[in-house]
Design a protein around this ligand. Sequence first.
Ligand SMILES: Cc1ncc(COP(=O)(O)OP(=O)(O)O)c(N)n1
Ligand code: 3NM
Ligand code: MG
Length: 208
Amino acid sequence: MPSLGRLHLITDTRPGRDPLTVVRAALAVARADLVVQVRVEDSATDREAYELAQRVLALCVPYGATCLVNDRLHVALAVGAAGGHVGADDLPVAAARRVLGPAGVLGATARAPGTATAAVAAGASYLGVGPCHATSTKSGLPDPIGPAGVRAVVDAVDVPVIAIGGVTTERVPELRAAGAYGVAVVGAVSAAADPARATAELIEALTC
Ligand SMILES: Cc1ncc(COP(=O)(O)OP(=O)(O)O)c(N)n1
Ligand SMILES: Cc1nc(C(=O)O)sc1CCOP(=O)(O)O
Ligand SMILES: [Mg+2]
């Protein structure tokens, strides 16, 4: 399996957003270092998810960037994405691994060491760990775990930990110091006035 990119851009498909323009801008800067996770609203149809994933994958391929699909692993398989990401409301990690097969990239959400070790034992290739900080992008999340919470998970597992939730360029150093391999963002790139510049700043912070 190729090494995982350190910057994960999760698509923002809320009304009024333009995920493909943002993905294009980020890819032009981060190239193969970027992982794009196609995440659609729960209300989106499978057809909508499939069509967006197809278009995102087509943008990723020329750069050698990795395309993953959130939640809907059948969509990931249907478009030929590298893998997917699952959380507590999705397929269990072991079932997701069976669906993707041994070679697929499988991310799992973990918020504490116990769930993290269980997810890795069940076949997760990396963990999404958070929310690190407060975020307005997703509602219903538990309280932020901060860099200390990230460190607790990092110390418990031997797979890459991707910190998520309220991640900004300024917060990358403390998350890296806590052992995070990389970060996943929505707002830091999608809501930026200049998504390409925001991507460049995140990449720079991640490679320091
Ligand atoms: C990298 C990464 N980490 C965590 C999540 C959250 O996944 P999940 O808990 O399944 O929540 P939804 O994104 O499906 O609402 C993620 N998507 N990516
Ligand atoms: C989709 C998602 N999952 C999270 C979790 O903690 O599980 S936080 C989150 C949204 C992250 O968006 P932003 O970078 O704008 O804070
Ligand atoms: Mg999910």
